[in-house]
Design a protein around this ligand. Structure first.
Ligand code: UD1
Length: 419
């Protein structure tokens, strides 16, 4: 990629990866054909498709290219193999639906991750409270629950994944489950809406207390996924960093309030309406501090992109990462491009400079990868980013979208994501 371009024009944002994967897993909760729409063409969706096939579903194309039909058998298989789970950790979200439908699940333990240690203790504690027996055997989570029963559950932390697994188990459990300190991300709301359309009884949607009254059976539905707020935020940050003007169609500003507020405070013009966000910038951004927190806080999934912007902003910024400690590995990579970033593991201090300088760098995960893309856009000279398949996990043909906005970006080698 060559740096120096000012991004200008329109981009389209489709369904959120972090919602779609969970909606695909939730389809398992009802026998018959569920149609899911607004799907992004990303490799994580392809891998989740494969997993559904392994679980005995049929997955087919629909008339609209952004839709798939998932035909779920009366009794799905219950094993999620390591070769798929290790590629997308998000596939752990089949645990709740499989337990609810078949009373058992064998799901590979996802293992380590480039953004830090990611324990599953809250998933397990919640499901155990509902009567599940969980063992780890030969690298697999072996879970059995002949009769799931509702229970009061308090999460130590509003974990997205734990909330989802407990929720999808609770919808078919006997009795009432109350999840306290539940996550409130728009993707959780999206999942709740789909579950309610399937016949689930859930109160408190969008709040940190979810009350679920289990029902005997759910039915298949047609559902369109919520727009990807992280992709929307990525384009917004890229527009500010390049002093550009980007109209982001399909994005929902109400899901990104803190991040967009930060950009406005940095000097950007942010305009939003139903189904669009427009971000424009005419000058060097002013630095701002970032503290990552569960929704509605500043999303950890926008933290590397923010560091890329702050490394060319006016002033000094303090970043506090509260979710994934290893995310700051990105700092060493962007430092290769001349960014002045120091970190102690929990905080990073970024001193802005006028420009970065192009260098060969490596993406270690989706968001670090796209953070490097933003850095490359504001660097002098050429940047070669290795590990692009990481970016393909969450962004649809990013190089084409960048070129459409005026950037000089080409894919030099093709490869697919392999964990
Ligand atoms: C999801 C998103 C990810 C995003 C993250 C936080 C998907 C596929 N991934 O990940 O992109 O960065 O939310 O918004 O949706 N934790 C425990 N024990 C548990 C579960 C979590 O200690 O049992 C900790 C984690 O280590 C982390 C924090 O809780 O520090 C939040 O994790 P969580 O919200 O569960 O994130 P994921 O669902 O894994």
């Amino acid at each position: 990629m060559a740096g120096g371009a000012r991004l200008a024009g329109e981009v389209e944002v489709v369904g959120a990866k972090n919602s779609v994967l969970k909606l695909m897993a939730a389809a398992l909760l009802a026998p018959g054909t569920t149609v899911l729409g607004n799907l992004p063409e990303i490799s994580d969706v392809t891998i989740m498709n494969e997993l559904l096939l392994r679980l005995g579903c049929e997955v087919g194309a629909c008339e609209r290219p952004d839709e798939i039909a998932v035909k779920v058998p009366d009794l799905p298989r219950h094993e999620a193999p390591y070769e798929l789970v290790r590629k997308i950790r998000g596939s752990i979200c089949v645990l709740g639906p499989l337990l609810a439908r078949t009373g058992r699940a064998r799901v590979a333990m996802p293992g380590g991750d480039a953004i830090g240690s990611r324990p599953l203790d809250m998933h397990f504690a919640g499901l155990e409270k509902m009567g599940t027996r969980i063992d780890i055997e030969h690298g697999y989570i072996v879970a059995e629950a002949p009769r799931l029963r509702g229970a009061p559950i308090w999460l130590d932390f509003p974990s997205v994944g734990a909330t989802e697994n407990i929720l999808t188990a609770a919808v078919l459990a006997q009795g009432t489950t109350v999840i306290d300190n539940a996550a409130r991300e728009p993707e959780i709301i999206d999942l709740c809406r789909m579950l309610v359309a399937m016949g689930a009884r859930i109160e408190g949607i969008g709040t940190s207390t979810l009350e679920v009254v289990g029902v005997d059976a759910l039915h298949p539905v047609n559902h369109r996924a919520v727009a990807d707020r992280i992709v929307t935020g990525t384009w917004a940050i890229a527009a500010v960093a390049t002093r550009g003007d980007v109209l982001i169609r399909g994005g929902d500003a109400s899901h990104l309030q803190i991040a967009l507020d930060k950009l406005a405070g940095a000097g950007a013009s942010v305009e939003a309406g139903p189904g669009f966000v427009r971000v424009a910038m005419g000058e060097q951004a002013r630095s701002f501090d970032v503290v990552t927190l569960p929704y509605p806080g500043f999303p950890t999934d926008l933290q590397p992109q923010a560091i890329a912007l702050l490394s060319v902003s006016d002033g000094t910024a303090m970043i506090t990462e509260n979710l994934f400690e290893a995310r700051f590995m990105f700092c060493d990579e962007i430092a290769r491009m001349g960014a002045d970033v120091r970190t102690d593991g929990h905080h990073a201090v970024v001193r802005g400079r006028p420009r970065l300088s192009g260098a060969p760098v490596r993406a270690t995960d989706i968001r670090a990868g796209v953070g490097l893309v933003i850095a490359a856009l504001v660097a002098e000279g050429t940047t070669e980013i290795a590990g692009v398949p990481h970016i393909d996990r969450g962004y649809v043909r990013l190089e084409e979208q960048l070129r459409a906005l005026g950037a000089d970006a080409v894919r030099v080698e093709s490869g697919t994501f392999d964990g």
